[in-house]
Design a protein around this ligand. Structure first.
Ligand code: CLR
Length: 384
């Protein structure tokens, strides 16, 4: 029945939270939610989900040709979905409402070298507060791999579910030993958040996303329960060679399965394609300051007391600390306005339209035809 998973004392506030989302579309992060649904983690930590199997990321560099690389990229991409979309359910029992990052919030981390896969580094910056936009770079320098992307969300409510349209994209650049650079455009699926009525939200992926590059277009279709395989978290990936992009003479490959468990080749190959059995490796957070110290804008330091309060059930402290951070932000914006200045991003610069998105997106007639991008600034730390 309704609110089954909600602590009795919070049922009323859960119902009013649901009412407010039903009559609202836009930035969900600004709505006040009951304590049981709060997560102690800020959205700036989410880009780490892209690399919780760093060996599969590194393996992209070891592929022998464009076709092999396309499948390695797809294999790595599929491996990230379980962590991106089901890990809160596994660790906290349901999807939760993440902390809403402040402008300029930072998160640094890495996955150490192991078995010659090389060191993989992560850098995240909150580049906008209203609407929330998170930019990130994940780089394995020794393998010549670099993933740069940004994320934002547009939410709406339909038939009892929250629909999340993801805005933003990622570009994976592979620097080949020959000196050439190969680029892959990665677009993002749509999310449906179900289970709200019971107070135990979970994500199902919907519609499609693309990976375009390496002479191929990979179209990934997402279906929930009751569609082509009858199982939840199902997908079908169709990898089509593009003659104009160097894919001439190559064959089409089709893969089907579930993105949180197993998938198989159904065309152009045989046997298993991906099995999400490998243990995930969570990112090791590092301080971005000199000597590895954490600055005041680094997420784990900034939100430390709020997170502690949420974890320990001390919601009074959590909400007091949250208000303190928010008030400080409001004051900062006021001061900037009075001084005629604006906040300066540390690592990224916004570009109105992304030439890589336009060029590769055109191949699969992606909508919209252009998107903005956040370009990583190489000159960091700035030399005095
Ligand atoms: C952020 C980008 C990541 C993938 C990802 C996973 C979960 C999403 C999150 C993104 C955006 C914020 C999100 C969250 C699930 C719930 C949360 C949509 C897309 C919303 C704001 C909170 C809703 C509150 C309910 C849980 C009641 O790569």
């Amino acid at each position: 029945t309704a609110g089954d998973a909600v602590p009795a004392s919070q049922r009323g506030s859960w119902t009013s939270f649901l009412k407010s989302i039903a009559s609202f579309s836009g930035d969900l992060s600004s709505l006040t939610a009951p304590p049981f649904i709060l997560s102690p983690t800020s959205l700036t930590e989410f880009p780490a989900y892209w690399c919780e199997r760093p060996d599969l990321f590194a393996a992209i560099a070891d592929a022998k040709d464009g076709e092999d690389r396309t499948l390695a990229v797809l294999n790595w991409f599929i491996s990230t979905l379980k962590d991106q979309y089901t890990s809160r359910n596994e660790s906290m029992g349901s999807e939760k409402k993440p902390l809403n990052p402040v402008l300029g919030e930072l998160f640094y981390g890495n996955w150490p070298d192991k078995n010659d896969r090389g060191l993989t580094e992560l850098l995240v910056e909150q580049v906008s507060h209203h609407p929330p936009i998170t930019a990130y770079i994940i780089e394995n320098k020794s393998k010549g791999l670099r993933l740069v992307g940004h994320n934002a969300q547009k939410t709406s409510f339909s038939a009892g579910s929250i629909i999340v349209k993801q805005i933003g994209h990622a570009v994976l650049t592979v620097s080949l030993p020959s000196g050439t650079k190969e680029e892959y455009l990665i677009t993002l699926p749509r999310l449906r958040i179900d289970g709200l009525w019971y107070g135990s939200p979970y994500i199902e992926l919907a519609e499609t996303s693309y990976i375009i590059g390496g002479g191929h277009v990979s179209l990934i279709e997402y279906k929930g329960k009751g569609y082509f395989s009858g199982k939840s978290h199902s997908f079908k990936a169709t990898v089509t060679p593009m003659p104009g992009m160097g894919g001439q003479g190559k064959k089409e490959t089709v893969i089907e399965g579930t993105w949180h468990e197993k998938s198989q080749f159904v065309k152009g190959g045989s046997g298993d394609f991906h099995d999400v059995h490998a243990v995930k490796e969570q990112v090791s957070p590092i301080g971005g300051g000199e000597g590895g110290e954490m600055g005041d804008f680094e997420t784990r330091k900034l939100w430390a007391l709020v997170a502690k309060g949420i974890r320990e059930g001390d919601f009074e402290t959590a909400s007091k600390e949250k208000s303190r951070i928010e008030n400080e932000q409001r004051q900062r914006r006021k001061d900037e306005q009075a001084a005629g200045t604006t906040w300066e991003l540390k690592h990224f610069a916004q570009l109105e339209s992304d030439p890589v998105y336009e060029r590769l997106g055109k191949v699969a007639k992606i909508v919209p035809p252009t998107e903005d991008t956040y370009v990583f600034q190489e000159n960091w730390p700035p030399v005095a």
